[in-house]
Design a protein around this ligand. Structure first.
Ligand code: URA
Length: 232
């Protein structure tokens, strides 16, 4: 279907958002990033994931095995947002299942958090970039509605942004991750904390005071304390 044909779907629909929703529901997928995916499009994460596996809004759709949407508890109080799937994730369709993901699980477990109960994990981009390169701005923009819809549906109390790409992709903040990690920030009324990416920790194994692993330990303890405070 051409862009024009897809856009014309919107003309035919009488009531804006609700009608748009039913159009997508009947499997008419806006395959151009120029066509918006409005908030409220999806009623469930399954619908969203289904749609992502047919998505062609950017070139990353051409080379994926699976679109990688989310894993964990869809009602979790904490959402963790990564950059983009790697090879293991592309093969399995699940985010953070490779070495970085295993380390992430250990970090969470160290403060009594489990990815099944307390956390929902997703990425700024749902398809693997070739050779694991950083996703390009137009790819991030094409995928952003899916991230926003996941945030709306999961409605987490805390969002952890792992690495600079996640921070920039969601909030637009271009500051270096080492400057802003461990600080609470507000985005669209939501409580967010940038943290180091677990892959960065894998490349820096030191546990010395001030090392990336040490900093992560400080940050995850602050997250645990904030969650306890919000729950009390
Ligand atoms: N790195 C990420 O940022 N996301 C994944 O899903 C895996 C590795």
């Amino acid at each position: 279907m051409s862009n024009e044909e897809q856009l014309s779907l919107f003309d035919l629909l009488p009531d804006g958002e609700a009608s748009t929703r039913s159009a997508f529901g009947s499997d008419l997928i806006p395959t151009s990033a120029k066509i918006p995916i409005p908030p409220g499009t999806y009623q469930t994460l399954d619908q969203l994931a289904n749609h992502c596996n047919k998505c062609d809004r950017c070139r990353l759709g051409d080379t994926r095995i699976h679109a990688v949407v989310g894993r964990g508890n869809p009602q979790a109080p904490i959402m963790i947002v990564g950059e983009a799937p790697g090879q293991n994730e592309d093969e399995t369709g699940l985010p953070f299942v490779g070495k970085a993901g295993q380390l992430l699980e250990k970090i969470l477990a160290a403060v009594g958090l489990s990815s099944e109960k307390d956390v929902y994990i997703c990425n700024v981009n749902n398809c693997r970039p070739p050779n694991n390169r950083v996703p390009k701005p137009d790819e991030i923009a094409a995928c952003k509605p899916y991230l926003l819809e996941q945030i709306r549906l999961v409605n987490p109390k805390i969002i952890l942004l792992t690495g600079a790409t996640a921070v920039k992709g969601l909030t637009g903040d271009k500051r270096g991750i080492t400057k802003i990690r461990g600080t609470w920030m507000e985005w669209e009324g939501r409580l967010c904390m940038p943290i180091l990416h677990p892959a960065y920790l894998l490349r820096n194994p030191s546990k010395e005071s001030g090392s990336p692993k040490w900093l992560m330990w400080q940050d995850i303890q602050a997250v645990r304390a904030k969650l306890d405070e919000l729950n009390s």
